[in-house]
Design a protein around this ligand. Structure first.
Ligand code: KG4
Ligand code: ZN
Length: 335
């Protein structure tokens, strides 16, 4: 069996072909970073237009590299949401067309579930229950998985996502886009203890996150100390800000571990590429004496392998429905 996965939820046009043993026959991620960089963030209209221009090429090239044809696919998998609606519609419509033409199943996939499931691509034996921390540009959430394919949302951000906060501060300091990796490389040269950042705590005992306070504190430091990208303390400032975000993420995770007593932990999503976060997350797993799983960097940021991998799991679990051409994209998580 072979599955073609398609991912267009934000600013990456991605396609992948995987086998029923989850062998990756090919995977392509075409980034739109250059298109959005001049604006310091993703421009939704430009993103969807670029997906339209790229999707045929990306899928054709992906099939060519896998040495398979469209007809040979046993199912088409696609991200249905959440994400940018125009971008999602390009991938979803394309996949619907393929499924209709070749009379094969269409497997819609939730983007957040695909991110969490990405940890299973390289690790088949993750002990349940699992607590998964998903940190991306659009979402920051904790999921409890009592068993495979059961995704229970137990906490989410009430304002900005962690990646969004990094991207916004990078934009404010004119560092470039996407901000997360740029801040990571500059922060590596700075002192994370130089600037004080208080960690937000929810007073209602919930597992929700909030990053707007950290962002406001960052803007106050920038104003008070006159921080610019050429300021001698710029790297210290960025290291301290990144560290504040990491502490906020992991202190919530500690709370969730106490509350749910999981048997393993997952870190996933685009921000999980960050080495300081990876290191501190693994430290947390050791403190709690739990195994920790973080996907390789290429499976952290948006990619179609995780889409195909989740679809494969759905097929194995018998969760296949007849082709529904009325299937619509959704911009936000349906709860
Ligand atoms: O998961 P993803 O590719 O897209 C969404 O679903 O949002 O995540 C993109 C986010 C961006 O905010 C980007 O700045 C951040 O991931 N990111 C990083 C790193 N690489 C990507 N943040 C911190 N350090 C990195 N190395
Ligand atoms: Zn994502």
């Amino acid at each position: 069996m072979k599955i073609l996965g398609i991912e267009t939820s934000c600013d990456e046009t991605s396609a992948a072909v995987v086998s029923d043993t989850l062998e990756i026959l090919s995977s392509i991620v075409l980034s739109q970073d250059e298109i959005h960089a001049p604006y310091g963030g993703v421009v939704p209209e430009l993103a969807s237009r670029q997906h339209i221009e790229s999707i045929t090429y990306v899928v054709e090239e992906c099939l060519r590299r896998a040495r398979v044809s469209l007809q040979e696919m046993d199912a088409y998998a696609v991200t249905q949401g959440p994400g940018l609606i125009g971008s999602l519609l390009v991938g979803l419509s394309f996949a619907k067309g393929l499924a209709y033409c070749y009379e094969k199943p269409l497997i819609p996939v939730d983007h957040l579930e695909a991110h969490v499931h990405s940890a299973f691509i390289e690790n088949r034996d993750i002990p349940f229950p699992v607590l998964a921390l998903l940190v991306s540009g659009g979402h920051t959430s904790v999921f409890l998985l009592k068993e495979k394919m059961s995704f229970q949302l137990i906490g989410k951000t009430r304002d900005d996502a962690a990646g969004e906060a990094l991207d916004k501060i990078a934009k404010f300091l004119d560092l470039g886009y996407p901000g997360g990796p740029i801040i990571e490389s500059l922060a590596a040269k700075g002192d994370p203890k130089k600037f004080k950042f208080a960690i937000p705590h929810m007073t209602d005992g919930s597992m929700d996150f909030s990053f707007s306070g950290l962002k406001t504190a960052a803007l106050r430091h920038i104003k008070e100390r006159g921080i610019s990208k050429d300021h001698p303390q710029a790297n210290d400032f960025l290291a301290s800000f990144q560290n504040g975000i990491i502490r906020a993420l992991l202190s919530n995770m500690s709370k969730a571990i106490q509350a749910f007593s999981p048997r393993s932990l997952i870190l996933c999503g685009g921000v999980a590429r960050n080495n300081a976060l990876r290191k501190n997350f693994l430290k947390l797993t050791r403190t709690h004496n739990l195994p920790g799983f973080i996907p390789s960097p290429e499976f952290c940021t948006d990619n179609a392998v995780m889409v195909a991998a989740l679809a494969l799991e759905k097929i194995k679990g018998g969760k296949q429905e007849p082709l529904n051409l009325a299937l619509n994209a959704y911009p936000r998580k349906l709860l």
